[in-house]
Design a binder for this molecule. Structure first.
Ligand code: SAM
Length: 291
């Protein structure tokens, strides 16, 4: 795998164009990695505002400066809501931020990560170690380099929580937005299990949350969405699908959430029980997209 470690002039910018008439650009202070892995075009570069930035196929995946919001919210909302999860499945998540946060839950006995691209793990560990912070070496972590769509089809393992931290529905990520994938995930969940899925930025991609709701409602009795602001996922708040067969999970009182998450005090920079509860408040313009 070619590693570019050239320093390029300040005037260089990397562009992310997700929408026809609106895009974002990052000024590149140093290009650390620019390579084609077996699956994707992977870039990691230094930016004065966001620190190290990872992009896959030209799409912003994570940055040192704002990753904590996304990784805390994707991990702690289902883990606290469930309250006694011992086995977790992470789909994608090759940068290691999700498993770093999941490992903060004392009842956890194992977290299985299924990441299709070994290059993402390799380069994240080497150039963005602040994301995984040694999580990959934790003996509770089982890393599989595989297509997660295949993994959930064939595994006999069962999980309390499934966290989908995938790329958008394109390239290798496409297989993670199919009905068969969600059907197989449901079969992998233990009774009382929870699945959370990144569902895009509804202000810019309204179809994303609509498709996700339709898909999740096919397999789960209770489907809700919660919000978080991730500056580099441009276009406003990102929504996460929260699917389970236990409606009580999203009706827990603030006092209950406080009690269930006490061990997280001082260990998070975004997640709090109040944020947990309020993140499920969906504004009318997004509610209108939902059935
Ligand atoms: N936080 C980012 C977001 O919301 O767009 C996602 C970050 S993480 C780097 C996304 C990961 O999903 C990548 O490492 C990618 O290789 C992985 N991925 C994509 N398709 C996959 C598949 N079919 N099976 C397993 N991992 C997959």
């Amino acid at each position: 795998m070619k590693i570019a470690s050239k320093t390029i002039p300040q005037s260089q910018w990397i562009n992310e164009k997700l929408h026809p008439s609106w895009q974002q650009n990052f000024e590149v202070d140093q290009l650390l990695v620019d390579t084609k892995t077996s699956y994707q075009h992977l870039q990691i570069f230094e930016n004065a505002t966001f620190g190290k930035v990872m992009m896959l196929d030209g799409v912003t995946q994570t940055t040192e400066r704002d990753e904590f919001i996304y990784h805390e919210m994707l991990a702690h909302i289902p883990m606290v809501a469930h309250g006694s999860a011992t086995s977790v499945l992470v789909i994608g998540g090759g940068d290691g931020g999700i498993i770093r946060e999941v490992l903060k839950h004392p009842k956890l006995s194992s977290v299985t990560m299924v990441e299709i691209d070994a290059g993402v793990v390799e380069y994240s560990k080497r150039y963005m170690p602040s994301l995984s912070q040694g999580a990959f070496e934790n003996n509770k972590v089982k890393l599989h380099i595989a297509d997660a769509a295949e993994f959930v089809k064939t595994t006999t393992d069962k999980f309390d929580v499934i966290i989908t931290d995938s790329t958008d529905p394109m390239g290798p990520g496409e297989s993670l937005f199919t009905e068969s994938f969600y059907s197989d995930c449901k079969k992998c969940l233990k009774p009382g299990g929870i699945m959370v899925t990144q569902s895009g930025v509804p202000f810019m991609q309204p179809q994303g949350i609509k498709n996700m709701q339709t898909m999740l409602c096919t397999f789960f009795e209770s489907v809700n969405f919660y919000l978080m602001p991730v500056p580099t996922y441009i276009g406003g708040t990102m929504v996460i699908g929260f699917a389970c067969d236990t409606p009580e999970y999203t009706q827990q009182s603030l006092q209950t959430l406080n009690e269930k998450s006490a061990y997280l005090n001082e260990k998070t920079k975004y997640y709090t029980p109040k944020i947990h509860q309020s993140s499920f408040s969906i504004p009318p313009f997004i509610q209108k997209l939902l059935k």
